[in-house]
Ligand binder design. Sequence first.
Ligand code: RP5
Length: 164
Amino acid sequence: MEQPLVGVVMGSNSDWEVMAAATEQLQALHIPHEKRIVSAHRTPDLLFKYAGTAASRGLRCIIAGAGGAAHLPGMLAAKTILPVLGVPVPSRHLNGMDSLLSIVQMPKGVPVATFAIGTAGAANAGLFAAALLAVNDPALAQRLQQFRQRQEAMVLDMTLSESP
Ligand code: RP5
């Protein structure tokens, strides 16, 4: 098992359907990663332990997804200087606007890079983690470039039928 470089954490197993979009990107780019359930509200001691040991365990960044009063990314960022990438998970009652605002409105001094609500945000967090690591990894930079080229070719190949 390769040393994980990216930690993907989420507040509950109900977030996994969304957060899997992040691990899929990491997987596709051959980036060693781990996934864990860590809840800011329900397992605060585990959160402190996870964030406190993340850098010494070799992680280079943490992708954190949570919904509702989504304190997980901000609290992780409070306990580590590793880059924390926050993904707002759509919530049942407010469709993820609550998650987005909870994650994005960090007070000055403790940044969280905040992504779009839902699977697009989770996928982009995975790609952003890849971009961070690619700065010091030419082989990964090349894989990321190839991903962009495949994506571009796919869009250039798109056609439109007469009616949608
Ligand atoms: C948050 O509460 C989790 O991130 C999840 O999005 C939300 C609801 O959790 P469950 O009640 O589905 O476990 O902590």
